[in-house]
Design a protein around this ligand. Sequence first.
Ligand code: NAP
Length: 308
Amino acid sequence: MSSVDAIVIGSGPAGITAALYLARSGCSVMLFEQMAAGGQVLQTAELENYPGFPKGIKGYELADLLSAHLEGLTVTRSSEAVTEVSGHAGAFTVKTAKSSVTGKVVVVCTGAHHRRLGVTGESWMQGKGVSYCALCDGNFFRGQPVAVVGGGNSALEESLYLAKLASKVYVIHRRDAFRGARIYLDKLEAMPDKVEIVRSSTVTALHGDNALEGVTVTNVNTGEERRLDVQGLFIYVGFEPGTAFLPAAVERDAQGFIVTDAEMRTNVPGIFAAGDVRAKLCRQVITAAGDGATAAQAAFVFLEQLHA
Ligand code: NAP
């Protein structure tokens, strides 16, 4: 079994930054990246609010740059999925289906995955019209009407992306007010021929025998039902954290996000968490990277105290 100073789980902006800072501090690092580096950045068409890129940067370009930043450093990378973390500070064991590695500290940066809407037929229609990734699947609906569900930044941003491809985009939100940024809503409202905002409504039924042919939306105030003939339904109703492999002793909030202090320490000594997997207000690439840097520094100080 190999042994390192620090094990970083997850290779989105938080994990890459944590690995980068730990390696530059002289630590040996094992980085588990279940998919390609970048995390949710890879599913984002364009980032407009990442400082330093005033003209925006494509998600895949930023992901490539993040990954390249680890080249030549003391970081071993594994694409195996972590199934279990056990042990204690100074001697954690991280297991995958095929192997184990020990580390003195663990930094959890596993982000979050898309929440399901919970409407009947959602699972079997995934890939047959229902999608959680406009960037991956939007092109299948070129010239066709689609709907987006949700009122956060993801729903609004992806609606703007889909408006470039689809013939019509319905943005369905369960409330009147949106929690996403005003700037995105303004852009959508400026395209009344292309975009229709369906407020205070939920998707209550999916239609289609072999693939999606339409959805029923129900107004939550009046109960009035309306059928939208869309071939694509893009669901952006928030995220759930990926923490199933962690010991129950690691404190989570009511939604399952890991609770940390300002220095990314969890309640279990030697386990740190950074990025979207953490309970916090602002989930952005920039804050994930900031968390990763803070977690790395806190883990480095912890390692020094272990060795003292
Ligand atoms: P979010 O901010 O949690 O928003 C989820 C949306 O889905 C909310 O509008 C919520 O409605 C709605 N919703 C939740 N459950 C629902 C259900 N069962 N049926 C119908 N609607 C439901 O999630 P997000 O938009 O994915 O964003 C996640 C985080 O990433 C946020 O912090 C966001 O700011 C950040 N983000 C930032 C950017 C950016 O700045 N460029 C881009 C993407 C994401 P209610 O509003 O009624 O609760």
